[in-house]
Write a protein that binds this ligand. Structure first.
Ligand SMILES: CC(C)(COP(=O)(O)OP(=O)(O)OC[C@H]1O[C@@H](n2cnc3c(N)ncnc32)[C@H](O)[C@@H]1OP(=O)(O)O)[C@@H](O)C(=O)NCCC(=O)NCCS
Length: 172
């Protein structure tokens, strides 16, 4: 496996924004379940990425970057709750590895790094959702997540193609 490192990033400059935008667009067009249905353009993804960047700057979300030999290979977002009653856990969003690099153990490396970042912030468990029908829950189950519920028909991938949203959790 290539040398991978995961770091928490609190600011996003223009070159990094461009890399994140290219990654998210390529992952979406390869069929990844990260908020879009293909085909998408960078213009479609940009406002959603910019909203993440704003929340990262405001301290509401943490961006975890996966780099391989210094090059961006994927990322994930930790969404922190603003409620004082919910400060002991977070939701993981947008987990993605660039299509050119999938299937090499990097998704596991990314999530292991996300767990380290979360532990360092004192979080006790993580929550995430998976689009039904993708099989991606097997990836998370291999990392210690278990399904605790699902919302029937929550995701309308296309007219007539409603998917359940699976809810998973993992103790850190
Ligand atoms: C899901 C994703 C992050 C996994 O990353 P990856 O680098 O391909 O995964 P890894 O090579 O680290 O795989 C780790 C393990 O998970 C399994 N796995 C990976 N992707 C899987 C999938 N889609 N379905 C089932 N199992 C999967 C692998 O077989 C491997 O199992 P093993 O440890 O028994 O060999 C990556 O495929 C991706 O970015 N997909 C598109 C975006 C997306 O849909 N994200 C999920 C949002 S919920």
């Amino acid at each position: 496996m290539p040398h991978a490192e995961v770091t928490a990033q609190s600011t996003v400059d223009e070159p990094l924004r461009a890399q994140l935008l290219a990654c998210w667009t390529d992952v979406s067009n390869a069929g990844g379940a990260v908020g879009f249905v293909p085909p998408v353009t960078a213009e479609d993804v940009a406002p959603v990425l910019d909203a993440v960047v704003d929340r990262v700057r405001a301290g509401r979300e943490v961006l975890a970057l996966l780099r391989v030999d210094g090059e961006l290979a994927g990322f994930a977002v930790l969404s922190l709750s603003m409620s004082p009653l919910r400060r002991h856990w977070a939701t993981v969003l947008r987990v993605q590895v660039h299509p050119d690099r999938q299937g090499q153990g990097l998704g596991r490396a990314l999530m292991t790094g996300v767990h380290d970042v979360a532990r360092a912030r004192g979080l006790e468990f993580l929550h995430l959702t998976v689009r039904g029908g993708t099989g991606i829950e097997a990836f998370y189950q291999g990392l210690g997540y278990r399904e605790f519920g699902r919302m029937p028909g929550a995701i309308r991938v296309a007219p007539g193609d409603d998917r359940d949203e699976l809810h998973l959790t993992c103790r850190l």
